[in-house]
Write a protein that binds this ligand. Structure first.
Ligand SMILES: [Zn+2]
Length: 617
């Protein structure tokens, strides 16, 4: 995307400066790519390397990176200590394989009872540990124990010759093959030939075939005969992300293990452990963000962590390397949950221009339109869960935002929103131009969703304060232009109180809405009067409430002047005006002419921007 070769920002003649050399010395690019950086956002489709941030830092501040982590160009060189985390912390025992306990149990039982299949199939999204599991199984089957007497075990010793050789990828009887680059029948024929010969040194000859779904039809057919009658000493370990592409004939001859996505909290703990091992400090929120962005994949999470550590190293302001939340947020783009919250807000508060701008910003950061919609769906889901019970979110800011939305939206609205987003998601997935499709889908949500809209409500209140004056005569010419602006600020104030989440804030807001006719409002001072029928002296209560929730010192005075209509009175006036407008519509007017006894009945579906806004879930 932004770092494509024809990007005007990096002309070809800029390539041979000193920066360029530093760039090449940087560990990330090749290594991180190898570690699967490309689909950080979980898309299976390959996309261009989306990580221009490190380069930007280098270009803008070429003097800073005096000690970039040493590069480890291709294969592991023992003199070069740097290894990407995903490789360095590849699990060496089943107990180190996080999040896959059910599979490990099943496997343990099978080994214990000597009921091992001839072929295993590991499925699951990328980076959950399929090939790691395959290697562990290879060790488990071939381990001979430290004394050379052991049999197959779920707990391989890691010390015997087979264990160490397999861990280093140099065991002659354990053959790894990537089906993505060896798809043809010839590659498989080699295997089929070799299968007949006995093992060189190990108990089992093990073929690990990664991305097995990539094999051609002919290759599958060739393999099938061997799978039907495999020699006793041969095991096949297949791994795939796309199990539905495997022929049933192959599926039926393998024992299948579904590796699960790893939950974010488990990833979070794992990353904290790794940071401690690496002697790197990390803010808890930073790790939570990385864990969330990893979407269940240890490997993706670790490559993000790799980058975050590299960035933190380059900062060099701290005595020790410190992975900070703000940096990670910049780095991740979408996983920037602040952007997610803003999008959600623009969507629900009916801000089409801001919405389009925010989509454009995210797209410019390299966020795929589909990922954008997914992230909104994820947020919606959190709001729905938040309406039922505990709000679950990695950061305090997010918890607050979700809590507010959970309170502000009705359950029906959240479900409607979900359906609209889901529909948009399906459209974007198949659209020829995903960006345009995402814009259209989100604009449709914005227009279709009957969502709370405090911004517009404030405007309506302002109008109502004026039309209310005409309709009810409560505000005379004396207050003139002052009342509307007071009403506007008052609307914002009440809104803030209502959404503050402070104890008792809802009933306090209710009191303010029902009983306060604002005479004047400036920061720190409220003069008000009460509508007829309200005689309680609430000045003290209001003062305390304002001081607690809004903050600062407040003077609250009840006087006998004329005030603007209360919140509820204004809302009522809006409704009346709306009814009046409808009644005056030519079609409706004609109806009333034809049926003089007809009455206007309020729909059960509340009007946009009135009760709807304050309705509680
Ligand atoms: Zn061993």
């Amino acid at each position: 995307m932004s770092d494509s070769p024809d990007n005007p920002d990096t002309p070809p003649w800029a390539d041979d400066g000193p920066e360029r050399q530093q760039e090449e010395a940087k560990p990330s690019a090749a290594e991180l790519e190898a570690a699967g950086q490309n689909s950080m956002f979980g898309d299976a489709a390959p996309m261009p390397e989306p990580e221009p941030v490190a380069e930007t830092v280098l270009e803008s501040n070429p003097a800073a990176p005096t000690t970039p982590p040493t590069a480890a160009p291709k294969a592991a060189d023992p003199a070069q200590p740097y290894r990407v985390l995903a490789r360095k912390y590849r699990p060496q025992t089943f107990s180190q394989l996080i999040g896959q306990e059910p599979m490990v149990r099943t496997l343990g039982n099978a080994i214990e009872r000597d009921r091992l299949a001839h072929a295993f199939l590991m499925t699951g999204v990328r980076g959950v540990g399929k090939t790691s599991t395959a290697r562990l199984i290879a060790k488990a089957l071939n381990c001979i124990g430290p004394d050379g007497q052991g049999g197959p075990t779920i707990d391989p010793c890691g010390q015997c010759e087979p264990c160490t050789a397999i861990a280093e990828g140099r065991h002659i009887d354990v053959i790894e093959m990537d089906a993505a680059s060896h798809t043809g029948i010839d590659d498989i024929r080699e295997i089929i030939e070799a299968v007949r010969y006995a093992t060189v040194s190990a108990r089992f000859k093990i073929y690990i075939i990664d991305e097995v779904h990539m094999l051609s039809k002919a290759a599958f057919n060739g393999l099938l005969k061997t799978l039907e009658e495999p020699p006793e000493h041969v095991k096949f370990l297949f791994a795939t992300t796309e199990v539905e592409k495997l022929p049933v004939t192959v599926l039926s001859r393998t024992q299948r293990f579904d590796l699960r996505r790893i939950p974010a909290d488990l990833l979070h703990k794992h990353f904290a452990y790794i940071c401690a091992e690496e002697g790197v400090g990390a803010e808890d929120e930073a790790l939570a963000m990385i864990a969330a962005a990893a979407e269940g994949s240890v490997r993706d999470g670790l490559s993000i962590l790799d980058q975050a550590i590299a960035h933190a190293d380059m900062d060099g302001n701290d005595a020790e390397t410190m992975v900070r939340a703000a940096k990670v947020r910049d780095m991740l783009g979408l996983a920037d949950r602040g952007a997610q919250r803003r999008l959600f807000q623009y969507l629900l508060e009916g801000e089409p221009q801001k919405l389009l701008d925010a989509i454009a910003d995210q797209y410019a950061l390299g966020v795929e339109p589909l990922a954008l919609i997914r992230s909104l769906m994820e947020f919606t889901h959190r709001v729905a869960v938040g309406q039922i019970g505990e709000v679950d979110a990695p950061s305090e800011e997010e918890r607050t935002a979700i809590g507010e939305w959970a309170e502000r939206l009705s359950a029906g609205q959240v479900h409607r929103l979900w359906q609209l987003l889901l529909k948009g998601h399906d459209e974007v997935k198949t659209a020829p131009d995903p960006l345009v499709s995402a814009q259209m889908a989100l604009l449709r949500v914005l227009h279709a969703a009957d969502m709370p809209d405090p911004g517009k409500l404030a405007k309506q209140l302002k109008d109502a304060a004026m039309s209310g004056a005409a309709a009810t005569g409560t505000t005379g010419g004396a207050t003139g232009g002052g009342a509307p602006s007071a009403a506007l600020a008052w609307g914002d104030l009440v809104d803030r109180i209502e959404n503050s989440g402070a104890p008792g804030s809802l009933s306090f807001a209710g009191l303010l809405k029902a009983q306060i006719r604002v005479i004047s409002l400036v920061p720190g001072r409220l003069e008000y009067t009460q509508p007829h029928g309200y005689d309680d002296d609430i000045a003290k209560q209001v003062r305390q409430g304002l001081q607690e929730i809004i903050g600062g010192r407040w003077e609250v005075v009840r006087s006998n002047g004329e005030g603007a209509p209360t919140f509820y009175e204004a809302a009522e006036a809006v409704k009346k005006a709306e009814a009046e407008r409808i009644r005056n519509h030519p079609l409706v007017a004609a109806t009333f002419d034809a049926f003089p006894d007809a009455q206007m009945v309020e729909s059960t579906e509340p009007a946009r921007g009135t009760e709807d806004w304050s309705r509680r879930a």
